[in-house]
Design a protein around this ligand. Structure first.
Ligand code: SF4
Ligand code: SF4
Length: 454
């Protein structure tokens, strides 16, 4: 499908260029975020009754994984409150550029201009996730740490270095934002090439230079575009568009993928498998090992998780890629094939996370009503819903939904693998090269079906 330029409509363009709506939404999100920290630190230790657990790990997570990422990509990053305080200080302004602001505005070190640090941060979070997701005080501390690290990073480095290179949440949103049906792109790259000022990157009185350190003129994937819309405000040639496009438009061409992104895909796939086994599987010993942080059992669990993410999944996938190359007699460098075929793991992983999220979101959503009325577990009853009893929603439909989601993820991954092979081969070689990768995706899907539905 040819992208449809939504900003062709003057009303849509004016609404997207306006700063106030985005500011108000972010300010409300910041208030909610600060309240989540507070309730985590001083509210009831009972997770299911604490605002921080219910709103962050159930409501926010459901909105993010079931709607935000699949349909709006990095839409969350456009309204995320975490970098806000640091950005205000860095810019010395709440809205439009004004003055010089504060901070050293150093360049981010060249050797860390990748997402390995984000991968490590997400892995750390994954290792402790059982306690982070259930203990309000730990959630409070983690959220506070996010705010502090983002603030300090903004005062040392230029622009949104925290979002681009450190934030563990931003890392996986960026990976999966490639399937989203929205994008910011320039209308005509030739206009950019002839424009020496490049106000979209350098900034102007109308707005900031791209906070995500992206030059819109060469933007071809959503991974690093935070949908902040600054370039829509600063481009003096009216050459930036907000487009509606087909789902998964960034999954082709596969060229230019890097190893850090590939490993992000393995981390997300491994985490989805592990969380499904820990939270929904029948193994009590595994569950208790995941929760007993610091004990010998937990260290075994942590080693197993690290082994799955960094050795078993990449190793099995490498074997699949090598088999495919041998079958098709490919002469392409192995690393290039490995990264290119990992494109298939993006729809597979996103659908795995949606299927996993369906399980616990519908099972836990009813905790929202008491938490709304009594967010700190202090005996309040603000909206008269403090005593609404827990009940799972739609539980008879969830397994069918999950089966549909996982099957479509497998189908999408297979189509993507075939498309990657078709970029390299012709005729029978396409199927031969893609088949082992499709087999890998099939085994993962069957494993997830067993854990989530079986
Ligand atoms: S300001 Fe506009 S025309 Fe100039 S380089 Fe940026 S996007 Fe292209
Ligand atoms: S300035 Fe433009 S290219 Fe950069 S993050 Fe914002 S929307 Fe994306």
């Amino acid at each position: 499908m040819t992208p449809i330029e939504l900003t062709r409509s003057p009303m849509v363009k004016a609404a997207l260029r306006a700063r106030w709506p985005q500011f108000v939404i972010r300010a409300i999100a910041l208030a909610g975020f600060l309240f989540a920290i507070l309730s985590g630190l001083i509210g009831t230790p009972v997770g299911n009754h604490n605002f921080s657990i219910v709103f962050v790990w159930i409501v926010w997570w459901a909105l993010l994984m079931l709607i935000g990422v699949p349909f709006l990509g990095r839409g969350w990053c456009a309204i995320c409150p975490i970098p806000m305080p640091g950005e205000w200080l860095q810019n010395g302004a709440l809205l439009k550029p004004r003055g010089k602001g504060f901070g050293l505005k150093r360049k981010w070190p060249r050797r860390f201009r990748n997402i390995w640090l984000q991968n490590i941060a997400f892995t750390l979070l994954a290792l402790f996730s059982a306690v982070v997701l259930t203990q309000p005080s730990v959630t409070g501390v983690v959220l506070l740490l996010f705010l502090i690290v983002a603030l300090v990073t903004s005062l040392i480095f230029e622009r949104r270095a925290f979002c681009r290179y450190l934030c563990p949440v931003g890392g996986f949103i960026g990976l999966y934002s490639q399937v989203a049906p929205v994008e910011v792109r320039v209308k005509d790259p030739a206009v950019c090439a002839a424009h020496t000022e490049k106000s979209c990157y350098t900034g102007s009185a109308a707005g900031y230079g791209c906070p995500w350190l992206v030059y819109p003129g060469t933007l071809t994937k959503n991974i690093n575009c935070g949908l902040c819309l600054e370039c829509l405000r600063t481009c003096t040639r009216d050459n930036v568009a907000f487009n509606l496009r087909s789902l998964g438009a960034d999954l082709q061409p596969a060229a230019g993928r890097k190893l850090d992104e590939t490993f992000k895909a393995f981390i997300m796939l491994g985490a989805a498998l592990t969380y499904s086994a820990v939270m929904l599987g029948p193994w009590g010993a595994l569950k208790s090992a995941a929760y007993s942080v610091g004990t010998p059992h937990w260290f075994v669990y942590a080693l197993a998780l690290l082994g799955l993410i960094y050795v078993i999944l990449p190793g099995a996938f490498l074997i699949a890629v090598v088999l495919g190359r041998a079958g098709a007699k490919s002469k392409e460098p192995l690393k290039k094939s490995f990264n290119a075929f990992a494109t298939a793991l993006i729809p597979l992983g996103l659908m795995a996370w949606i299927a996993f999220s369906l399980s616990f979101v519908f099972a836990s959503l009813s905790y929202l009503w008491p938490a709304l009325s009594d967010p700190l577990g202090a005996g309040w009853n603000l909206f008269g819903t403090a005593h609404v009893a827990w009940q799972p929603y739609l539980m008879s439909s969830v397994p069918f939904l999950q089966a549909g989601v996982l099957s479509s993820g497998l189908g999408w991954a297979c189509v993507t693998a075939r498309r990657v092979a078709a970029e390299k081969q012709q005729g029978r070689g396409v199927t031969l090269q893609a088949l082992p990768v499709m087999g890998f995706c099939f085994v993962i899907t069957v494993g997830l079906m067993g854990l989530l539905i079986g």
